[in-house]
Design a protein around this ligand. Structure first.
Ligand code: NAD
Length: 443
């Protein structure tokens, strides 16, 4: 990774925000400052009794960035490296993502500093219940709705729901969390939704014919970094629709096969060996190398800051589709833009997950469970509509119909053709800003 680039997630999200607001007209300066800041940050410290009788002090965070459109929405991650700064920047990303796909949620995020690989199931359950009780009425079906994130899953959500339900008896508390097990009010299609959404966003984007020789997924060569939930589900959809998956990777490294890889074969191998590396008839590569392969579609689906100032000029794809959160740095964005490589940003490309979380919340309110076809049809419709909105605003700038915001609004002169991240963010920020003023600033 380059030494001179700032990877601080707060700095990166501020840079992206500042750039995007240049493309919004008549946004009041004070409102810009308000939109940048989280609504509230809660830090919790609590003791947990370990299985061996010892006591460990645990720290957790829950941040609500904005609630103008509705309750906060965002995952809770369990990771030893979780910081408040990271949680704040991810909460902001959730605000823009929800606003972009037009769902009535604000942005939130949570984190607990712990290493799940070193904890037993009983210890994890005690941490989750205690964290939930510490958050108390900060979360709720109409205030702030958690979901799974890194190293939390449907079991974690079942414990959060159960704890909240014990503390709030006599109400329908199912909508307090999404990503629950199907038998406890989870939605069909939620587990697959992010990967499926990545596919739909790409499919719709290609149909806009910006890449003349690649207007459908069929026949496209695809490289995917990360073969977990999102990467493997997206791989299956691309494969089913005629794309050629030429390389994928996981934390151990990557595999390449010019003739294409079958995602089901990859999954079977990964289940047996714990990695895709070593799959017969493939060439082993490093994670860095697979990012630089010549392909039509490159999908980073693992970690943040993977495409940066030092490798952006080596990217050999026609379009980068950000399945992961924040895989591309602002410096890399600019290099890709100058090189004519399109990038579909995280708040658009991976919004399928929060969209189906919203469907779960709606089903829970009505005590219904939609079938998979209904969920998927609604998901596709919303993803297509969102791509259309971003594309049409972007086109407005390209053909010169739209005017960038005025100098007085903020001091940056855009002076350049915007990329899709900037456009997607500007749509989201504008929606939240308009709604804030429409509600009326209280008192
Ligand atoms: P996951 O844990 O299921 O999979 C992550 C994958 O990345 C694994 O295959 C892992 O081996 C691989 N990986 C780890 N380190 C790597 C490295 N250095 N190089 C290459 N691969 C590496 O996680 P997921 O749910 O698939 O999430 C992937 C990304 O998508 C994350 O950035 C997450 O924040 C984002 N995302 C996920 C969802 C969702 O619904 N799951 C929604 C929105 C965004």
């Amino acid at each position: 990774m380059p030494v001179n680039e700032n990877f601080d997630p707060v700095v990166i999200s501020e840079q992206q925000f500042d750039h995007a607001v240049c493309y919004i007209q008549k946004l009041k300066k004070g409102l810009i400052e308000f939109l940048k800041k989280p609504k509230h940050i809660n830090i919790f410290n609590f003791p947990i009794e370990m299985d061996d009788g010892s006591v460990q002090s645990i720290q957790g965070y829950r941040v609500v960035h904005n609630r103008v459109f509705g309750p906060g929405k965002g995952g809770i991650r369990y990771h030893p490296d979780v910081t408040m700064e990271e949680v704040v920047s991810l909460a902001k990303l959730m605000t823009w993502k929800c606003a972009l796909v037009n769902i009535p949620f604000g942005g939130a995020k949570g984190g607990v500093v712990c290493n799940t690989k070193e904890l037993t199931e009983n210890e994890l359950r005690r941490i989750t219940r205690r964290f939930t009780s510490e958050m108390a009425d900060n979360i709720g079906p109409h205030t702030d709705i958690p979901a799974p994130d890194m190293y939390t899953n449907e079991q974690t959500m079942a414990w959060i729901y159960d704890t909240y339900d014990v503390l709030h008896p006599g109400k329908n508390n199912r909508p307090v969390v999404t990503g629950k097990p199907i038998d406890m009010g989870g939605s069909y299609g939620r587990n697959e939704a992010t990967g499926v959404g990545v596919y739909h966003v790409t499919e719709r984007f290609l149909s806009k014919a910006l890449i003349a020789e690649q207007q459908t997924v069929a026949g496209a060569s695809v490289v995917i970094q990360g073969f977990g939930n999102v990467g493997s589900i997206a791989a299956q959809d691309f494969f089913r629709n005629g794309a050629k998956i030429i390389a994928v990777s996981d934390s151990q490294g990557g595999v390449y096969r010019a003739e294409g890889l079958d995602p089901d074969v990859l999954l079977a191998f990964k289940n047996e060996h714990g990695t895709i590396v070593g799959l017969p008839d493939t060439m082993t590569m490093t994670n860095e190398e697979i990012l630089e392969l010549e392909c039509d579609i490159l999908i980073p689906a693992a970690l943040s800051n993977q495409i940066h100032a030092d490798n952006a000029h080596k990217i050999n794809a026609k379009v980068v589709v950000e399945a992961a959160n924040a895989p591309t740095t602002p410096a890399a964005d600019e290099i890709l833009r100058q090189r004519g490589i399109y990038l579909l940003p995280d708040i658009l490309a991976n919004a399928g997950g929060v969209t189906v979380s919203y469907f779960e919340w709606v089903q829970n309110q009505a005590n219904q469970q939609w079938d998979l076809d209904e969920v998927n049809a609604r998901l596709q419709k919303r993803m297509f509509k969102t791509v259309d909105a971003v594309f049409s605003r972007w086109q407005g700038f390209v053909v010169g119909e739209a005017i960038p915001s005025e100098q007085e609004i903020n001091n940056t002169e855009p002076g350049q053709q915007p990329d899709f991240r900037c456009i997607a963010l500007s749509i989201a920020i504008e929606r939240v800003a308009k709604a804030t003023l429409m509600r009326g600033i209280w008192p």
